[in-house]
Design a binder for this molecule. Structure first.
Ligand code: B12
Length: 253
């Protein structure tokens, strides 16, 4: 293939591909005034680029509940440094999707159970969530390469639990979606209008409460009217990000 076709296949600008040819990163043969690149060299570079954004070395975590339990103790205590150490040991070796589904999510749900049982205050609950937000901001990857599509993540109006949407955005970004994270508690028409304007193929509404789930159904109807071209997925407490990732991949085709 020629250089333009290789650039297209790699999802980069012509000049970027040209720079890689000049530096030797993308092997190419000079033919007349242009370059010819083999399919296998393009595929190899594409693989290398996507691997470069994955966890550097996979580890098998034998006991996720133990990890979640330790993080729970740290965030319940407001021990941000301790939580950062625990997450730092895992991040880079496991996906952010697993980190959320198997560590941060369970830890936060346990904080919620403590709150419902009168064992932690609203202030402690807020503090724990804020620590998790910062941890996620530090460890969420932003991989290079051609995006699967553009997606919007938010919560329905009235749903102030913002963490599941933040996690959904991190999970989809890690899985090569171009993400617009609109934070929490937005009028449905606002979400739909932005989705239409940016040509989003996927809209995700995340919820954590029963009331939020009901509001999401109503919001979904409005969003579908405003932007009929986008697929809408709604997440509820206990749903997993790995399920979200799989459903989103079906949308991307
Ligand atoms: C922190 C917190 C708050 C904070 C939120 C701050 C913030 N910035 O988010 C504050 C203090 C504001 C708050 C307020 C309230 N809260 Co609150 N809160 C929580 C708590 C402890 C954590 C929420 C959270 O982040 N959960 C962790 C997430 C990550 O877990 P998850 O929901 O399972 O999420 C997974 C999936 O959703 C998936 N996912 C995400 N998106 C998508 C999309 C798709 C398509 C798929 C497939 C999957 C998916 O990813 C996640 C990771 O695995 C929960 C406890 C709990 N059980 O969740 C209570 C909880 C949700 N709150 C509760 C309540 C009652 C309230 C209040 C009504 C309290 C009050 N009387 O004021 C208000 C309501 C506010 C509102 N209008 O929304 C209840 C809800 C009960 C219910 N069944 O409805 C809970 C469960 C606590 C409890 N045990 O009773 N809360």
């Amino acid at each position: 293939m020629d250089l333009q076709a290789a650039a297209d296949a790699l999802g980069v600008h012509y000049q970027t591909a040209y720079g890689w040819v000049r530096s030797g990163r993308l092997p190419a043969r000079k033919v007349g005034h242009g370059y010819q690149i083999s399919d296998s060299d393009v595929t190899a570079l594409a693989d290398q680029r996507s691997r470069g954004t994955q966890p550097t070395s996979q580890i098998r975590v034998r006991d996720w509940p133990v990890q979640a339990g330790q993080v729970y103790l740290a965030i319940a205590d407001g021990d941000e440094i301790g939580a950062r150490k625990l997450i730092g040991r895992l991040a880079g070796h496991v996906s952010v999707t697993d980190l959320c589904d198997k560590v941060l999510g369970p830890a936060l749900r346990r904080i919620g159970d403590d709150w419902a049982a009168g064992k932690v205050s609203i202030a402690q609950e807020h503090r724990a969530t804020a620590i998790c937000e910062r941890l996620l901001a530090t460890h969420a990857p932003r991989p290079a390469g051609r995006p699967r599509g553009t997606a919007i993540v938010s919560t329905p109006p009235g749903e102030r639990h913002g963490m599941p949407a933040l996690m959904a955005a991190a999970c989809l970004r890690e899985d090569h979606w171009q993400m617009q994270h609109l934070s929490a508690d937005l009028p449905a028409a606002e979400i739909g209008t932005m989705a239409r304007q940016i040509g989003a193929t996927l809209v995700v509404l995340s919820t954590a409460s029963t009331a939020g789930a009901l509001r999401a159904d109503r919001a979904a109807r409005v969003i579908r009217r405003v932007t009929p071209g986008a697929v809408l997925l709604t997440g509820h407490s206990g749903d997993t990000l790995s399920a979200l990732r799989a459903r989103a991949r079906q949308v991307a085709g």
